[in-house]
Write a protein that binds this ligand. Structure first.
Ligand SMILES: [Zn+2]
Length: 148
């Protein structure tokens, strides 16, 4: 599968958020063999939980799939630039590579507010932004314009 095809899977997760009035953010985690081992979406409203972000959910599922907290060699695809909590979870799970879609000006930790991955932590994943950026931003813009 291509990077775009994996991001389409993350977008599919994001669309499922709309059913519960959650901000549409979706995530998948892909093993070094190219298999999707974790899926997640934002469920803050659905579960009434501040930590129910797409990346955390996908990381939890991927760890359960592999039976390990180490997601060495895995790539995380997420429709929106990760927040500080999720950037921390990415570091803690040793994910090798992050590919995100749209930038997040208010909480993004891949360079928008700050770049947490350039700090002196013990793990430094590779970061690539702008994958299917138009689609990833579009679904958010639709969501917020429907609220107004
Ligand atoms: Zn987050």
């Amino acid at each position: 599968m291509t990077h775009e095809a994996y991001m389409q899977e993350a977008l599919h997760q994001a669309r499922a958020c709309l059913e519960h009035g959650d901000v549409p953010v979706g995530c998948v985690i892909v093993s070094s063999e190219g298999e999707i081992i974790g899926r997640g979406r934002n469920r803050r409203e659905e579960e009434g939980r501040a930590t129910a972000h797409a990346e955390v959910e996908a990381i939890n599922m991927a760890c359960a799939t592999l039976g390990s907290w180490r997601l060495t060699g895995c790539t995380l695809y997420v429709t929106l630039e990760p927040c500080p909590m999720c950037a921390g979870a990415i570091i803690n799970s040793r994910i090798a590579c992050v590919r995100y879609g749209a930038k997040e000006d208010k909480s993004g930790c891949c360079g928008s507010v700050l770049n947490l991955f350039e700090e002196r932590f013990n793990h430094h994943p590779r970061i690539y932004g702008g994958l299917l950026e138009g689609e990833c931003r579009g679904i958010l813009e639709e969501f917020f314009s429907a609220l107004r």
